[in-house]
Ligand binder design. Sequence first.
Ligand SMILES: [Zn+2]
Length: 68
Amino acid sequence: MTILNKYSLCPNCASHTYHRTRRKGLLERILHSVFFISPYRCNTCDERYFRFRLPVHPAEKPPHHHAA
Ligand SMILES: [Zn+2]
């Protein structure tokens, strides 16, 4: 199962055009409501994959103050 973050391209053809597709089954409903992951389908190659609906922030660096 491929799960991409919000801004990733299609894993198969690197297209950035895709549409949300219908969720099927309990697992995908759980992914949708608990993990904010939805199934999408590529407009170009018809590959189906999962994508986070929320932006994924890069891990913030903790402030690194070296106290003198
Ligand atoms: Zn594709």
